[in-house]
Design a binder for this molecule. Structure first.
Ligand code: GDP
Length: 400
């Protein structure tokens, strides 16, 4: 599942790692070169300081006799001599202070040099370093079914997270890139949504309408959700509001029989809003927790169908409008999600056939384009093949 996106993310991480490695090697080489240039100067300065110290030490090391006579001289000294000696003392003090200051400067310089070297090694990436890698990455995202505006948003997030970032010595580069990608990808997802909790706390019956085109796995998904809810102790009734397609009612009934659930249906061609309305009335009368309504899966461009969906909304005021499409449809699914959202305002999406999806970008794209959460991924043809979608888990999985 999602192999292509995984591989492309890995490729980008490795590329950035190699850019960083190259940049650091370059910086290290520069530091070595600068130090080599500065070494003779530093050595020369150090040598001079040593000489001054030696001379001053010699001056202090007076022979004992000289020391005694100096003392005698001072005791018997007239005021002029005393004044001169004081002046000499002040001068000596100045020389000593200057010497100390020089050693101090030298010490500071040494630390500064070291800091400079470390700083250079820490310098991370600027925009120019990443330009080529990011433009390749954008293409790779597009190839993985990430829609253009979403790819652009991811790239901009990655840029923000990586540019100017400093690596602490010893910190792993791939960890930094992975963190940046994680942040960038998570940022394009809207807040997560706990479907089970929503159904639990909502006033009953909870009315859920499923929309989407034919053949994408909508009916199977409704059955999967019915199974999911039954497993968690909720009672369910189905509404067969696809009154356009012959065989739609039978298809839903087959699942309902298998799951032992009631289906509300009308004759072929009847008003779909009336079917959902009846299902809600049935649920109220029989204290059922949830109504799951199937709708006609005509093309999203069919204005009549969209009007029918609007009527269902007006008449029954669903608690949730869920868009269903297949992960393998890529940008077609993204476009359909956008149009359904525009016409009827979807609340969330479910992506089917994720088990067959090698690309992996659809979930990111649909979530971003509609700004609505992905609730589940369909991962097979059995009722239990429904996986709760969690953006964090998804991102960790594709970055693993
Ligand atoms: P509808 O026309 O949108 O109602 O689609 P159906 O529910 O009839 O599903 C169409 C086909 O897709 C059926 O063969 C389903 O078994 C299959 N299908 C549905 N969901 C999944 C899924 O998550 N994974 C796989 N592999 N197949 C699925």
């Amino acid at each position: 599942m999602f192999e292509r996106l995984k591989a492309k993310l890995k490729k980008f991480t490795e590329k950035v790692e190699s850019i960083v490695r190259k940049k650091e090697e370059q910086a290290r080489a520069e530091v070595v070169e600068e130090t080599a240039e500065e070494t003779p100067k530093i050595a020369e300065k150090a040598e001079k300081t040593q000489e001054t110290v030696r001379e001053e030490e010699k001056a202090v090391e007076l022979p004992a006799t000289a020391a005694v006579s100096a003392l005698e001289e001072r005791e018997a000294a007239p005021p002029a001599v005393e004044k001169k000696r004081k002046e000499e003392k002040v001068e000596e003090k100045k020389v000593e202070e200057a010497r100390k200051a020089e050693v101090g400067v030298k010490r500071k310089l040494g630390v500064k040099e070291k800091l400079k070297a470390v700083f250079k090694l820490e310098a991370f990436l600027d925009e120019r370093d990443l330009d080529a890698a990011l433009s390749d990455f954008e293409e790779d995202l597009l190839e993985s079914d990430v829609a253009l505006p979403v790819a652009e948003a991811i790239i901009s997030n990655v840029k923000e997270a990586l540019i100017g970032k400093r690596r602490k010595i010893g910190e792993n580069v791939s960890k930094i890139v992975l963190e940046a990608l994680k942040e960038a990808l998570l940022n394009v997802f809207p807040e997560g949504f706990d479907f089970e909790e929503f159904v639990r706390v909502r006033e009953k019956p909870v009315k859920i309408v499923f929309v989407g085109v034919n053949g994408t796995g909508k009916t199977t998904t409704i059955a999967k959700i019915a199974y999911f809810l039954k497993e968690r102790g909720f009672s369910v009734v189905l509404a067969s509001a696809d009154t356009y397609r012959t065989g739609a009612v039978e298809q839903l009934e087959k699942h309902a029989d298998a799951l032992n659930i009631k289906v509300i249906k009308h004759r072929y061609g009847a008003d779909p809003a009336a079917v959902v309305y009846d299902a809600v009335k049935y649920a109220e009368a029989h204290k059922k927790d949830v109504v799951l309504a199937d709708t006609a899966g005509r093309m999203h461009t069919n204005v009549n169908l969209m009007e029918q969906l609007r009527k269902i909304c007006r008449v029954t005021r669903p608690d949730l409008m869920i868009f269903v499409d297949e992960a393998i449809a890529g940008n077609d699914a993204v476009e359909r999600a956008r149009i359904f959202d525009e016409y009827v305002g979807i609340d969330a999406s479910i992506l089917t056939k994720a088990d067959m999806d090698v690309k992996g970008g659809s979930a990111i794209s649909i979530a971003y384009i509609t700004s609505k959460p992905i609730l589940f991924l369909g991962t097979g043809q059995k009722y239990g093949d429904l996986v709760k979608f969690d953006p964090k888990e998804f991102v960790e999985r594709i970055l693993a």
